[in-house]
Ligand binder design. Sequence first.
Ligand code: MN
Length: 510
Amino acid sequence: MTPEQQAQLQEIYDAARVSFTPNQRELIKQAFEFAEIAHEGQKRKSGEPYFIHLVATAVNLAELGMRDKVIAAGLLHDAVEDGVASEEALEKTFGPEIAFLVDGVTKLGKVRYQGMKRHNESLRKFFIASAKDIRVIIIKLADRLHNMSTIEHVRPDKRERIATETLEIYAPLAYRLGISALSRQLEDMSFPYVYPEEYKRVKDIVKERSKQTMNKLDKVDRSIKKKLAENEMRNFRTSHRVKGFYSLYKKLLRKKWDTEKIYDIAALRLIVPDAAQCYQVLGIIHQNYRPMPGRIKDYIAFPKPNGYQSIHTTIFTGDGGLVEIQIRTENMHQRAEYGAASHLGYKTTTGSLPSNISTKDQSWVGKLMQRFFANKAAAEDGDDATVPDWLSNLASNTDETDSESFTQQLKEDFFTHRIFVFTPLGTVIDLPEGSTPIDFAFMVHTEVGQHTAGAKIGGKLVSLDTELKNGDIVEIITKPGAKPNKKWLDFVQTNEARRKIKSALSRELT
Ligand code: MN
């Protein structure tokens, strides 16, 4: 290995957020050398050696906390498709698991966002391919992150397509997986290419506002540190968080470009050891600064559907300014930045929960991961299908021939607000907002839906048109003689339930 390659390999090791055993380092090294040969002499559009792309992808994966196999697959992800390696050689050298991951990424790579008609088909394939294993998506995201960082070398028309695809598909996917660090980067890298005019406008607003905002933050930062120290609190750290340009753009759209209504261009972040101290810090801050009514959000008690936890409050600084403050624990911070990825990084041969996953974690990611690790113990290490239900549901929709309604469904089911509820056994069922026990019943099983007689939420009987809330535990009471009622059509939210109720009703008529 040349000294340059040695340095590249070291860069991957250094980026890792988990520590590797000598065997794991060896696997990464082996993949590194294999990829180097497979791409020998190849160049990227930028003129750089192609191999740089594989190293960058591996570094991205290491930073996300991925383990040796995923990093190896990241190094190998283009070896067959763009390099000269054969699928057989790859499988023979690295085994079926890594070959499977590489194959998944290759299939995912065939998906192209073309706009309109072809776009439907592509999106469908995209989800089918991705739903097989969540690690495939994460490798693809790491791959896309590097591709976006060199996108200026790509032909303008192609560039726009890739940037749009990144913005519309990849970034939301990263967000849904709770990997906000990635989602934010992908958004901000594609934004200037997809909406150049709007990007400029947002940039100017930030330029104008950021200096005064930063000064305000510094002042508040110093004063809060003092107040916390007076209250014997010393074990915390603060940082400034600047809102991503694209995220700011979306907010500006919602506020009709009224910049006066945006208080969180930058925010002060406080990271403390445990949840109790989050509330304590909030108390101290509110004793010293007047909070803005309606801006206090407790995402610790009520996590966002993607698992995000934090307390947000906006305070009057006393000199006519407003500052947003976010309070969270180190664990919450890690999960906010790395989401599903932060759970995947930990290997459990025993099936016990990794230390960063609390059994009290009520977020859907948390629940999902708890189940994953529980299942994993039972199934030895055979089953790696860490797939959220919403993903596999989309993937199972292959028999849906009407692409128009498929797109509609995608819009409804994927790109708008979802809630996550649970069966009494803890299976996560995700539904659109406003869904009722009937939607839930049909999502669990057609038979359950067809014979629903009643429903309980959290053990209490409720009416069948009750709107479900995030985190509800829903139990359906079935009776053999019960059957769908025409009235159900007035309140069900999912196409799934509507379709099945209608077909049951029409069967009854004939
Ligand atoms: Mn690639």
